[in-house]
Write a protein that binds this ligand. Structure first.
Ligand code: C2E
Ligand code: CA
Ligand code: CA
Length: 694
């Protein structure tokens, strides 16, 4: 008979699919605890009344004690061999024997055995007493209802055997009653226990459970006729039943394995998908979820590869096995946990009202991982990054939510901020961004991206010594786009190489033109993070220098600290190659990254560009002034040049001159403009002698 699922042993939120929303031992009390208690009490009371009434009614027909005993024993034995189904239901064939008992011995023994078998089976499997009582009494309730239906439909049925074909409809109707009471009693309890909408539990197994109930009940008269002939025939009848039973069990076991992660015993990605779909509902939100919100979280361990590489895969595996219990100890009833593969885990939190709440819960979950992990004599500290996508804001289906949580996770890794909420504006794969990506690709093939040049002036005499190239995208519909609007997109989607080469080629051609006009300027080109991660970049630079005939010393490449820090050894090697060619390297936005001073000493760069956030305000903010002053000192001691960017007024220019800064760049000297505009100004200056460009 159908019954409530057992509590999971230990504290893993893992294992078989029926344990869909099974709870770790340390979880907080269910939100529906009171309602669940009331519900369970009512069902049990109903079952107890049924049982008492059954026992009080005496059977009119002849009762064979040996037959009653045989059916009772078989009912109990089969009760012990359940087949677990999806969503927490269990099936077993004991109903056939209990129903046969009802026909053979009247409601008294049948109800007693149904209730007793439920309790005993649960106790033998070490389930809590209340579950055993609930399962036993709800079975008695269902069977009692079936017995009542039977005696209503056929008042003198108890005096004869149900062995003629015209009895079949009556038996089928009784089976329907048993099924309905049983199915809804258990579904109701599961729904309250797991915090799920009733519809999500009643629907999916309805047909399977209904037909199997019918088949088991219909077997009862066969058992009865056989036992009437000889009691030994009854176990023989079990042979085909057993064959079907074991096949079904094997199938359900295989299903379960398909949903389980072998290494950790946690549920796997496929399970997560299934379970989360049930919660969300395929056609919009499930009623119980509506208004409460869900959060899908993806957790990825930081530097897990290092653990594997340095301590070995065995230790890595041990670590992964310990992650599940840690994570589940911070989850509540109704939350889901699964291992997605590798060092990636998925969580679904049920009932998260808003982003702030999701971040708070996310923080707690990550904190749970902060305690060191004891691993074969070592104590290992682990950090993790988490991406969060909220239902329904960021998606209304599991695929979208997981994909967006994944995007957020990568941002969390980049920003090293632990947990990040999905942000459509930073999603390279959102539909708008995908459109833009296609347009950008075409823009780089055509001439839609334009280069603007911002002058750099030597502070000692005001002479323009170079220009920084700043990219703009003349978008046909959206107008002139600033680089921040599209460069991050290009960087995250593998377009950064073509973008940089596009800029580099045009910048060098322009530089050539200036040299031909007698204007000896350097051009500074900004690089993207990935440019220096591939060793082919210096070759591209060499080729373009050769093609344009620009001397390497007229080219500067600007990189940020982030570029270096992403892969210090490789980047340093590539930088060294470029420098050996004669190209100058500038460290951009200096002061905003995290590179350490000892690092700087060994970094192959020629120039530090002090970030504009310090320069612009250095005359009004003493701290900024101090930072600028110390950076200039530091650079001088390291033998590097300083460039101050963001010079917006004369006061800053004068101050920089006093501090001994070499080069300045900023709106006061000139905004980024198309090359021709800058050329005109430069030629005028040639004619009229040095003067600042205002
Ligand atoms: P960046 O390299 O730090 O470029 C300087 C930015 O500061 C430019 O913004 C420039 O217009 C602005 N700026 C210049 N003088 C002043 C000033 O006096 N005051 C203020 N408040 N701002 C000033 P822009 O052109 O929007 O460029 C933004 C960023 O985009 C650049 O920062 C650079 O990191 C990136 N970028 C621009 N062009 C390229 C490119 O061709 N390739 C790559 N990879 N990145 C680029
Ligand atoms: Ca720059
Ligand atoms: Ca800068």
């Amino acid at each position: 008979m159908n019954r409530l699922l057992p509590e999971r042993r230990g504290s893993h939120v893992s294992g078989p699919l029926p344990a869909l929303l099974d709870v770790p031992a340390s979880s907080p009390p269910p939100r529906n605890r009171l309602a669940l208690r009331a519900y369970v009490t009512v069902v049990m009371l109903g079952g107890a009344i049924m049982l008492a009434a059954g026992l009080a009614s005496s059977s009119d027909g002849p009762v064979d004690p040996a037959r009653v005993a045989l059916f009772a024993v078989l009912a109990l034995l089969t009760e012990l061999l359940p087949i677990r189904l999806l969503r927490g239901f269990e099936l077993n064939v004991s109903l056939s024997f209990v129903f046969a008992l009802l026909l053979a011995g009247g409601p008294g023994p049948a109800l007693a055995v149904a209730a007793g078998a439920g309790v005993v089976a649960d106790l033998l499997q070490r389930k809590p007493l209340w579950r055993g009582l609930f399962n036993g009494l709800q079975a008695a309730l269902a069977l009692g209802a079936g017995a009542s239906a039977l005696s209503l439909l056929d008042p003198d049925g108890h005096t004869r055997m149900f062995a003629s074909p015209r009895d079949l409809p009556i038996i089928a109707l009784a089976a329907l009653v048993i099924f309905a009471v049983n199915h809804f009693a258990v579904a109701g309890a599961l729904a309250l226990h797991q915090g799920l909408p009733l519809t999500s539990l009643v629907g999916p197994d309805l047909v399977l459970h209904g037909t199997s109930t019918l088949m088991m009940v219909i077997l009862a008269p066969v058992l009865l006729v056989a036992s009437d002939h000889s009691l030994f025939l009854v176990p023989l009848l079990l042979v085909p039943v057993g064959a079907v039973y074991f096949a079904a069990r094997a199938l359900s076991e295989r299903d379960r394995q398909a949903f389980t992660d072998r290494l950790t015993g946690l549920n796997n990605r496929a399970w997560f998908h299934e379970a989360a779909s049930i919660l969300i509902g395929d056609d919009g939100p499930a009623p119980a979820v509506g208004g409460r919100g869900l959060a899908v979280m993806l957790i990825d361990l930081d530097r897990f590869k290092e653990v594997n590489d340095t301590l070995g895969h065995q230790v890595g595996d041990q670590l992964l096995e310990q992650i599940g219990p840690r994570l589940s100890s911070t989850l509540a009833e109704g939350d889901l946990l699964a291992r997605f593969g590798g060092d990636e885990f998925g969580i679904l939190l049920n009932g998260v009202p808003d982003a702030a709440a999701a971040l708070e819960r996310g923080g707690q979950i990550l904190e749970g991982l902060e305690q060191p992990f004891p691993l074969s004599g070592l104590s290992l500290d682990i950090e993790a990054s988490m991406g969060i996508a909220l239902y329904p804001e960021h998606g209304t289906d599991v695929d979208t939510l997981v994909r967006r949580a994944d995007v957020a996770m990568y941002l969390a890794k980049e920003s090293r901020r632990g947990a990040e909420i999905y942000n459509a504006g930073r999603d390279p794969y959102s539909p708008e961004k995908l459109t833009m990506l296609g347009e950008l690709r075409r823009a780089l093939e055509g001439e839609e991206c334009v280069l603007h040049y911002q002058p750099k002036a030597r502070i000692s005499d005001g002479v323009i010594v170079g220009a920084e190239v700043l990219l703009r995208w003349a978008h046909p519909l959206r107008g002139l786009l600033a680089p921040d609007a599209f460069i991050p997109l290009a960087e995250r989607t593998g377009l950064s190489r073509s973008l940089t080469l596009y800029v580099l080629e045009r910048a060098l051609k322009q530089c050539r033109r200036w040299h031909d006009l007698g204007l000896s300027l350097t051009v500074a080109v900004n690089l993207s993070v990935r440019n220096l991660h591939d060793g082919t970049f210096p070759r591209d630079v060499r080729r373009l220098l050769d093609e344009t005939g620009v001397p390497a010393s007229s080219l500067q490449l600007e990189i940020t600290e982030g570029t270096v820090m992403a892969d210090p050894t490789r980047v340093s090697r590539v930088l060294q190659i470029l420098r050996n060619m004669g190209v100058e390297i500038a460290l951009d936005d200096f002061g905003t990254g995290y590179s350490s001073l000892s690092y700087l000493k060994n970094l192959p760069v020629d120039e530090l560009k002090i970030d504009k956030s310090f320069v612009t305000t250095m005359c009004v903010d003493a701290n900024d002034a101090a930072i600028v002053r110390s950076t200039i000192d530091l650079a001088r001691h390291l033998g590097k040049r300083t460039v101050a960017e963001g010079v917006e007024d004369q006061a800053v220019w004068d101050q920089l001159a006093k501090l001994g800064c070499e080069v300045a760049q900023g709106f006061w000297l000139g905004r980024p403009t198309p090359a021709d505009d800058l050329t005109r100004v430069l030629l005028q200056r040639e004619a009229s002698g040095p003067a600042l460009l205002a």
